[in-house]
Design a protein around this ligand. Structure first.
Ligand SMILES: [Fe+2]
Ligand SMILES: [Fe+2]
Length: 263
C-alpha cells in the first residue's frame, strides 16, 4: 500500500483536490485498494503519427471519447459538490475520495491527450470547452443525501464504467502501440477498485442499510434509462449506445448480489 504522502510527492498534484489546501486523513481504519500510476508516463510520449487507427473508426469514436473525457473530468465537479453540500462524510469515505479523485484526474489527463491527438484539438481548447459545460446537481440531489447513498451511487457508476471500458479493449489495441491497451486496462482496473472500495465501505459502515440497496439501485437504473439529461455530475451519465437496459441491469445485479456472495 502506497502512503498518501508518498503519492503527493510522486505526482505533485497540487491542484488536484477541492480547495487544494484540504487535508485528507491518512490513518483511517478503512484502507482503499488503489495503485498510483501516471497516464503521462504510459502514453505521454506518443504523437499522432504513432497511431495507426483508420479514419472511419476515429470518426465513429469521437462522441464516445468526448463523453468519457467529460465524465472523468466531472469527478472534480462531484468532489466540489460534496464539499459544499453539507453532507457529513466520514474519514473512511475521505480516504477513499482521495485515491478516487487522484485516479479520475489521471484518467482525465489520459483521455485529454488521446482526444487531442485523434481530433487535432489542442489540450488548452479541450480544457476551455470542458469548463464551459453546465453543471447541475439539483435534479439528482435526493440520491446524494447521505454517505451511504453516495457510496452506492458511485459504486453503481463505477461498475458500469468498468464494463464499458473493458468492452473497448479491441479499439485501444488498434491504436498500434501496445501502451494504449495497457493504459485502458489500468483505467479499467482503477474503476473496478473504485467499485469495490465503495461496496467494502458500505459493508464496513452501513451494514444496517444493506436492505435498502435493491430499491435504490433500481432507481439509478430507471434514471439512466428514463431520467433527465446529464449535466456534469460524474454519476448517472450512461446514455451512450453501450448502456442498454440489459447492461445496466447486469450492473445492478452485481451490486444487489455483492453481499450475498460474501456470506
Ligand atoms: Fe475514471
Ligand atoms: Fe472511477
Amino acid at each position: 500500500m502506497i502512503t498518501l504522502t508518498a503519492v503527493i510527492m510522486k505526482e505533485n498534484f497540487d491542484d488536484l483536490f477541492c480547495g487544494s489546501t484540504d487535508v485528507y486523513p491518512t490513518n483511517t481504519q478503512f484502507q482503499p485498494k488503489s495503485i498510483s500510476w501516471s497516464s503521462a508516463d504510459l502514453i505521454g510520449q506518443f504523437q499522432k503519427n504513432d497511431i495507426v487507427l483508420d479514419s472511419k473508426t476515429i470518426a465513429e469514436m469521437k462522441e464516445g471519447l468526448w463523453n468519457d473525457l467529460c465524465s472523468e473530468y466531472d469527478a472534480e465537479n462531484f468532489c466540489n459538490y460534496l464539499k459544499g453540500s453539507g453532507v457529513k462524510l466520514s474519514n473512511d469515505f475521505k480516504s477513499f475520495e482521495y485515491v478516487w479523485r487522484r485516479d479520475e484526474f489521471n484518467h482525465y489527463l489520459g483521455f485529454k491527450q488521446i482526444y487531442s491527438l485523434l481530433y487535432d484539438v489542442t489540450e488548452d481548447d479541450i480544457v476551455k470547452e470542458m469548463k464551459r459545460r453546465p453543471v447541475n446537481f439539483e435534479p439528482i440531489k435526493p440520491m446524494l443525501q447521505d454517505e451511504f447513498k453516495i457510496c452506492l451511487l458511485i459504486a453503481y457508476d463505477e461498475i458500469a464504467t468498468t464494463k464499458n471500458y473493458a468492452s473497448e479493449y479491441e479499439f485501444y489495441t488498434s491504436f498500434g502501440p501496445a501502451n494504449f491497451l495497457r493504459w485502458v486496462k489500468n483505467v479499467t482496473r482503477d474503476e473496478a477498485y473504485h467499485f469495490n472500495n465503495c461496496m467494502e465501505l458500505i459493508g464496513k459502515n452501513f451494514k444496517n442499510r444493506i436492505n435498502e440497496i435493491p430499491k435504490l439501485v433500481d432507481r439509478f437504473i430507471d434514471w439512466d434509462l428514463n431520467g433527465e439529461e446529464y449535466h456534469g455530475t460524474f454519476v448517472l451519465d450512461h446514455d451512450g449506445p453501450y448502456f442498454t437496459s440489459e447492461v445496466l441491469n447486469t450492473c445492478g445485479d452485481t451490486i444487489k448480489n455483492y453481499f450475498d456472495r460474501k456470506r
